[in-house]
Design a protein around this ligand. Structure first.
Ligand SMILES: Nc1nc2c(ncn2[C@@H]2O[C@H](COP(=O)(O)OP(=O)(O)O)[C@@H](O)[C@H]2O)c(=O)[nH]1
Ligand SMILES: [Mg+2]
Length: 283
């Protein structure tokens, strides 16, 4: 496996901001890509979130088999957290999220009520790039699109959008940087486009991905590209894909990069089939 080198910028600043924002909310909505729920979790943020309840949104659930999500729903659930499969581009998310928020914050809601306090309950959305945070926030806003706004004189920069009743979401999500301790995790994040591709050698990355497909989803892979089995060397398959599609450079050499980009584009749009990268883990 090729080593992924990655140097995130502005991490300290982003972390500080997140710490500030987390203080303002009652609950965190942690968006994960269903194709890589484990890889989207960054252990560094556990500390920032502290003891706040968490709704894990297993987003892009349309791109995996429902049965493959069961393990992760259980893995992520605790008395203080729920995991909800979601298709943010389609599902009306607000009812599902509001229900979960009301359950997780039941005692706080009760306490507020008994004290006659009429404070909105607030959440913020976090997750790695491209997992669907903005899509989810837009979905949640729906008909309540109008910004509720804080008292202007106090916190101008903080904007809240009402999702229902007395529930509000911070309109700018927190972007998490990926955890890179584990090379498999780094690769999964690259495959789902959570890492900018300009820092990656896309052709060699695709060879690692093809190796994964051969080991786990060879039928889907062969069917999608009308491939014939030809040993276990990923490069032979990338070459077949390129030749089948006429991805050749001037002079007739195979354009591996173009083939790799096509492969990832297909995967990211679900055209190869329902593929989950993170299999159940022994813990
Ligand atoms: N298939 C699928 N695509 C989604 C879903 N949610 C978001 N997307 C797509 O994922 C891409 C990234 O979404 P975006 O909201 O910009 O992610 P962000 O970077 O976390 O804010 C966009 O092309 C969305 O249309 C989903 O539930 N299913
Ligand atoms: Mg966004």
């Amino acid at each position: 496996m090729n080593k992924i080198q990655w140097f995130p910028g502005h991490m300290t600043k982003a972390l500080r901001e997140m710490e500030q924002n987390v203080k303002k909310v009652d609950l965190v909505i942690y968006v994960l890509d269903s194709r890589a729920p484990y890889s989207c979790l960054n252990p560094e943020f556990r500390e920032v979130i502290g003891s706040k309840p968490i709704i894990y949104v297993l987003n892009k659930a349309d791109l995996v088999e429902t049965s493959d999500l069961k393990y992760w729903e259980k893995y992520l659930s605790s008395p203080n957290a729920v995991a909800l499969p979601m298709v943010s581009t389609l599902t009306n998310a607000s009812k599902v999220i509001v229900d979960a928020m009301q359950k997780l914050l039941a005692s706080k809601i009760e306490r507020n009520k008994s004290k006659g306090v009429n404070m909105p309950l607030r959440a913020m959305v976090i997750g790695v790039p491209n997992c669907g945070k903005s899509t989810l926030i837009n979905n949640l806003c729906g008909k309540y699109k109008a910004k509720t706004g804080d008292k202007p004189s106090i916190t101008r920069s903080t904007q809240w959008v009402r999702i229902a009743g007395e529930l509000e979401v911070l309109d700018t999500p927190g972007t998490l940087w990926p955890s890179f301790d584990d090379d498999v995790v780094a690769h999964n994040l690259a495959y789902i486009n959570a890492i900018k591709s300009d820092v990656l050698d896309i052709a060699s990355l695709s060879l690692d991905f093809i190796q994964f497909l051969l080991a786990n989803y060879s039928e889907l892979f062969f069917a999608r590209y009308s491939l014939t089995r030809y040993g276990e060397e990923p490069i032979f398959y990338l070459e077949q894909i390129c030749r089948n599609r006429g991805f050749l450079q001037r002079g007739g050499d195979v354009d591996y990069e173009r083939g790799a980009n096509a492969l990832f584009d297909d995967f990211r749009k679900g055209r190869i089939g329902k593929i989950i990268l993170d299999k159940p883990r022994a813990t």
